[in-house]
Design a protein. Structure first.
Length: 57
């Protein structure tokens, strides 16, 4: 009976760490996508502002 309890405890612990690992990977991916989108937005604004300045006589 004790062996089964230890096995269940180890399974629950492994499941807990697996969930945390997946959550960590997902959160890092979300932060990376957000940073890339912010960088692209800033770059697009700079390019658009430069083109707008060139069009003025």
């Amino acid at each position: 009976m004790i062996g089964l309890s230890v096995a269940v405890g180890r399974f629950v612990e492994a499941l807990f760490w697996a969930i945390l690992r997946v959550a960590g990977v997902v959160s890092v991916a979300v932060v990376a996508v957000a940073a890339a989108a912010l960088l692209a937005f800033i770059l697009a604004r700079k390019i658009w502002a430069r083109q707008a300045r060139r069009r003025r006589p």
